[in-house]
Design a protein around this ligand. Structure first.
Ligand SMILES: [Zn+2]
Length: 511
């Protein structure tokens, strides 16, 4: 007896049959999108406003509140529908750095380039402190230092090695060989790392921070940047917003990141046995209560398939020591410009096209994961009940690998998506967009979709190092306008073709 095909299997067969035909490319629409995006681009206007006027966008900061208000106004001005600020989770308390001033006073005066770590407390006014090297590793180290650190400024990390290469190479482009490797190299699927067995003798970052706090140090200085002039690393354990008590106390001491040259200089002087005196003042504004963070969405409503949705987006939040022009103002500018282009060419898509600007990405994809949970089901648990919207999401396209030009797109392990993604790339080969890579990539918001079994894709971009990576150096000046213009055109075209497609985006088999 023949068993009737289950609906899913039937759908897969239909998809496979339909894909046997060539995937159509809407060349007249591509021409209009290219003309609008390359000759009337506003992408650097968006990029410039976000980075120069709005500045850093730490989730729940006042800067971010201002940026969220601006984004909603901008989306309305573009004529988009359903502009929505969607609160998610009790994220933590608001935190803003309002002032930082750090100097070496002795043995030689020098102002130091330094920033407080996010979510750490400020100093009690201006403080002058003797510096001391304290590298805590094991529990025995605690006994060595107990009772000796009150009022000191602790140099807590080893001297930072500086890599000079990234800032001197100009704008790197993938070579044909590298692209070829990205297209064809078979990569074993990423398995979750086995949980690390903690060595009870070694101190965790939280334990070190708690020790310094309890010992009453004036500040903990550190340098983890490998880059010339760059302060880097704003996500140390023990400094998250949820470590604040209702009384407004932080579990962390005052923690300050210093550029490697300035940090290493003090370290070397101390190693000579010569005292170093520093002066420091940090003022941080700390919220009084736990608040929700916000994602922003807006739409071009669809027509006959309006209940189905194609999403594009990027994370709007950033770390706090620069406007983070590449990470990820560039992705936001591209997504905004893609929507602007589609409106400007009068696109009337079949499916609804929705832009999402996420928050809380830098602390762990909180915004996109909350959104996926809210709208589609439970990320990471493909046996959990799905919401009706789960089957109506066509695909999500994300940009977050810096400001480099798109050179392709990652399949994210979804080999069946290759015919669609490859056909839609065809009009942009002359721009250098040539690779459908079989690799799966991580660390940003498409993962929230992918881990829920939804088609979430990240574009493959030329990697531009040196300014991104959560530093104090990530400004408008390092952005290549042509790259962002091309990206916006390509993102708009992918959104359009996805919205018009006769066949559904294939999904990976559920485990
Ligand atoms: Zn990012």
């Amino acid at each position: 007896m023949l068993r009737p095909l289950r609906p899913l299997a039937a759908a897969l067969l239909l998809t496979a049959a339909a894909l046997a035909d060539p995937v159509p490319v809407d060349w007249p629409m591509v021409a209009r999108i290219r003309e609008e995006g390359l000759q009337h681009s506003r992408v650097m206007d968006f990029e410039g406003y976000i980075t120069d006027v709005l500045g850093a966008r730490l989730t729940l900061s006042r800067d971010m509140q201002r940026a969220l208000a601006w984004a909603q106004g901008e989306l309305r001005e573009l004529g988009l529908a359903n502009v929505t600020a969607e609160p998610f989770m009790d994220f933590g308390v608001a935190w803003d750095n309002e002032y930082v001033s750090v100097h070496m006073l002795e043995p030689d005066y020098s102002p130091l380039v330094a920033y407080p770590l996010a979510h750490t407390p400020g100093t009690d006014g201006r403080q002058v402190a003797q510096a001391v090297i304290v590298e805590l590793t094991t529990r025995e180290d605690l006994e060595t230092w107990r009772g000796k650190l009150r009022g000191m400024a602790v140099l807590s990390t080893p001297p930072a090695a500086i890599d000079l290469a990234p800032l001197t190479n100009g704008v790197p482009r993938y070579t044909d060989e590298q692209l070829n490797a990205l297209e064809h190299t078979v990569i074993a699927p990423v398995r979750p790392a086995a949980p690390r067995v903690p060595n009870p003798d070694l101190l965790t970052s939280e334990e070190k921070a708690a020790f310094f706090k309890a010992e009453g140090v004036t500040a903990v200085l550190q340098s983890e940047s490998g880059w010339l002039g760059a302060v880097r690393g704003f996500s140390r354990p023990g400094t998250r917003t949820d470590h604040w008590s209702a009384a407004g106390d932080s579990a962390a001491p005052v923690m300050i990141a210093v550029t490697p040259e300035h940090y290493n200089r003090m370290y070397r002087i101390l190693k000579r046995g010569i005292p170093v005196k520093v002066e420091l003042e940090v003022r941080n504004r700390i919220g009084q209560q736990v608040e929700k963070a916000m994602n922003i969405t807006a739409e071009i409503p669809g027509s006959d398939l309006r209940n189905e949705v194609v999403m594009i987006g990027a994370h709007f939040d950033s770390w706090h020591a620069s406007p983070n022009a590449s990470d990820n103002a560039s992705g936001v500018a591209v997504a905004l410009e893609a929507m602007r282009i589609l409106k400007a060419v009068g696109a009337k898509p079949r499916r609804t096209i929705r832009i999402a600007l996420w928050s809380g990405e830098e602390q762990g994809l909180w915004g996109s994961r909350a959104y996926v949970r809210q709208h589609f089901g439970i990320p990471g648990d493909t046996t959990a009940p799905k919401k009706p919207e789960y089957d109506r999401l066509f695909a999500y396209f994300n940009q977050d690998y810096g400001p480099g030009q798109y050179r392709g797109i990652y399949l994210q392990g979804n080999e069946a998506a290759r015919p669609l993604l490859s056909a839609w790339m065809e009009p942009f080969r002359d721009m250098g967009m040539t690779v459908v890579s079989n690799q799966s990539v991580g660390s940003t918001d498409h993962v929230a979709f992918d881990e829920a079994g939804l088609p979430g894709f990240q574009f493959l971009q030329d990697r531009v190092p040196g300014t991104g990576g959560h530093t104090n150096l990530d400004f408008y000046d390092s952005i290549q306008p042509e790259d962002l213009m091309k990206n916006a055109v390509i993102m708009a075209s992918y959104a359009w073709h996805a919205a018009q497609s006769d066949v559904r985006m294939p999904r990976k088999a559920r485990p």
